[in-house]
Design a protein around this ligand. Structure first.
Ligand code: CP
Ligand code: NVA
Length: 310
């Protein structure tokens, strides 16, 4: 059982395909232990500092509960409770925290800030969402896909909506695991072309196909799973009205779901806005696995913490 080559979790692309598969399998093992009520405390005496510059329900609570379940101690912080909020530098913060705790989880706007923190920290840094990536969510989503479909390679995942942090992490996750990803987004909301081309390079090695289109119907044909995310992400609140207009025709509703495989699952990282990116009939219907995805954040992140800190 070799440790992860990377000490940080900044983006899915930082892991090898083998490491990702291992994390997913470990997440399912840890879920079973949890369900069986088996104590599993490999992180006794370890502390995780959690810095939140944006709101969070799932990430905050699943990391805090997960760390406690593993025998460790979570420390919930936000920028304004730290000197970081008064201009102490990121490198100095990284060096100081490295002397006290065993890992740092951070949710913030700029991905570069997280990279800088990781560069100057001597302990693992975990990205709990930036404007560019959401790797912890993608790890939980792979776990949910494997749990639901029994495999990853060869599945078809359709992503409908904004070319945002969530799509970036799903592109990297699908490419690494051989999942065919078809993404549909309106003009002006394309994913980062650098992330797309890197994912395409990885996909060429794993046999994954990546298809980009403006037509949601084209993307969902034959899909095993359909994924969507909010149209206005955290920090884009002022663009909400414009985005609602620009995303017309991109709602995942029953009609769109009728074009998928009959047993297709509906995915959403949550929080969801019914009547905007998804119709209530879909997210509250029998194909929806959104609460299983949310639960799997706990198990996938426990697997990640054990791999990084164990
Ligand atoms: N999906 C997700 O990351 O949710 P939170 O914003 O509640 O953490
Ligand atoms: N794209 C969303 C994801 C929320 C979990 C956001 O960044 O707000």
């Amino acid at each position: 059982d070799t440790p992860l080559a990377r000490k940080d979790c900044l983006a899915i692309s930082r892991f090898t395909p083998g490491e990702i598969q291992r994390l997913v399998d470990k997440a399912l093992e840890i879920k079973k232990k949890h369900r069986d009520g088996e104590a599993f405390r490999p992180l006794t005496g370890k502390t995780l500092a959690m810095i939140f510059d944006k709101p969070s329900t799932r990430t905050r609570v699943s990391f805090e509960a997960g760390m406690a379940q593993l025998g460790g101690h979570p420390l919930n912080l936000n920028r304004n409770e730290l000197q970081l909020g008064r201009g102490e530098s990121v490198p100095d913060t990284a060096r100081v925290l490295s002397g006290y705790v065993d890992a740092i989880l951070i949710r913030t706007f700029s991905h570069e800030l997280v990279t800088e923190l990781a560069e100057h920290a001597s302990i693992p840094v975990i990205n709990g969402l930036t404007d560019t990536h959401h790797p912890c969510q993608a790890l939980a989503d792979l776990t949910t896909l494997k749990e639901e479909k029994g495999k990853l390679a060869g599945l078809k995942l359709a992503y409908i909506g904004d070319g945002n942090n969530m799509l970036h992490s799903l592109l990297e996750a699908a490419a690494a695991t051989g999942i065919h990803l078809a993404a549909a987004f309106p003009e002006g909301y394309d994913p980062d072309p650098v992330i797309v081309s890197q994912a395409q390079e990885t996909a060429a090695q794993t046999g994954a196909q990546i298809t980009l289109t403006r037509d949601p119907r084209e993307a969902v044909v034959g899909a095993d799973a359909v994924y969507t995310d909010v149209w206005a992400s955290m920090g884009q609140e002022e663009e909400k009205e414009r985005r609602i207009r620009d995303f017309a025709g991109f709602q995942v509703d029953a009609q769109l779901m009728s074009l998928t495989k009959a047993d297709a699952s509906f995915f959403h990282c949550l929080p969801a806005y019914r009547g905007l990116e998804v119709a209530a009939e879909v997210i509250d219907g029998p194909q929806s696995v959104v609460f299983q995805q949310a639960e799997n954040r706990l198990h996938a992140q426990k697997a990640l913490l054990v791999e990084l800190l164990g």
